[in-house]
Design a binder for this molecule. Structure first.
Ligand code: ZN
Length: 342
């Protein structure tokens, strides 16, 4: 199986992170890439560099003002006397029905959901290359590969059309789904990350052509808190095309696989032409976030059951943080999916 990744994705190196108000080191570190690359190689993947795909496919799911913000906010921020090194919001609109602010500080609050996505001088390029890896994997699948893996980092599934959040800037899974739509009438996005794929849900919430399904730790007491509940089913023409399966904290393999079967029933009923897997590995029992308790053999089973759907599949890396087994968990998923065989 082909895997895609560009060196530029390593440059984004966020420092700031607040956890329950306490300043901590940001866990979305560039070192994740080395572990994930090793995991993909162990699964038999060949690693290729994506091409520059420009802004078009990214702009298909993000607003012009948001992309302009991501590209230029760091330079603007540096001109504020006494400002932090990284762009971090300190004010947010209560509701986004007021005016669009002109100031860098106001726009940071408008376009950034939380403090987990600080923007440095390298963020824009790293996020773009991450999206281009997703696009390249998508094009490989559109050209006939049964599956392809995009080593996307920074990740994407918490990014809305015009809001960054939770380590995410450009929604790589949404970009992949939208590119697939050129060929596929119906696309399903299956998000197995520990955290609800709120950005992906938001982007496709009113659309019936992209089914969004997410399994995750119950947000009633877990990030992203405000989204991911079972009663969020879509709106307008998209009503019924969003499906959330929140799981109790510390749910292990059996509960996860059981929920996955429920997800498959919805996906089969939708009858998609292609699938995007938003592959977070942070549901792992040893992940620093500690929200769910999936094991390494569990990721093999998850991969095997998803592969059995038999759909052309783009696998997009989402979360999964530094722990000894991070690479092994990726190997388990990709190998089960056919890493060596394909
Ligand atoms: Zn996550």
């Amino acid at each position: 199986m082909k895997a895609f990744y560009a060196e530029e994705q390593k440059r984004h190196d966020p420092k700031t992170f607040l956890s329950s108000g306490a300043a901590k080191l940001n866990p979305e570190k560039p070192e994740r890439i080395g572990r994930l690359l090793a995991g993909a190689l162990s699964a038999g993947c060949t690693i290729e560099r994506p091409r520059n795909h420009g802004l078009g496919p990214v702009a298909a799911v993000h607003t012009p003002e948001y992309l302009d913000f991501l590209e230029h906010i760091y330079a603007r921020w540096q001109r504020i006397e006494g400002a932090s090194e990284e762009v971090i919001p300190n004010i947010h609109p209560i509701a986004r029905n007021g005016s669009y602010p002109a100031s860098a500080v106001g726009q940071a609050g408008y376009h950034m959901a939380d403090t987990a996505c600080p923007i440095s001088g390298e963020t824009w390029q790293s996020a773009l290359w991450s999206a281009w890896s997703a696009i390249e994997a998508t094009e490989a699948v559109m050209a006939g590969a049964p599956a392809a893996y995009a080593l996307c980092r920074p990740p994407g599934h918490h990014a809305f059309a015009d809001v960054a959040g939770g380590f995410c800037f450009i929604n790589n899974s949404a970009v992949a789904a939208q590119v697939l739509r050129k060929q596929a009438a119906r696309v399903a996005v299956l998000d197995v990350d520990l955290h609800h794929g709120n950005g992906t849900q938001g982007i496709f919430y009113a659309r019936p052509d992209v089914l969004t399904v997410s399994l995750h730790a119950d947000p009633v007491r877990f990030y992203p808190f405000f989204w991911g509940h079972a009663d969020e089913r879509g709106e307008g023409a998209g009503l019924g095309y969003n499906f959330n399966l929140p799981l109790p904290r510390k749910s292990a393999d059996a509960a996860f696989l059981e929920a996955l079967e429920v997800a498959f029933q919805r996906i089969r009923a939708f009858s998609p032409d292609a699938l995007v897997v938003a592959l977070g590995l942070d549901a792992f029992e040893g992940d620093p976030f500690g929200g769910l308790s999936v094991t390494t053999p569990g990721f093999s089973r998850i991969g095997e059951t998803i592969a059995k759907l038999g759909l052309p599949t783009v696998i997009v890396q989402e979360g999964g943080y530094l722990c000894d087994e991070l690479g092994d968990n990726l190997t388990a998923f990709l190998t089960a999916f056919g890493g060596k065989a394909r």
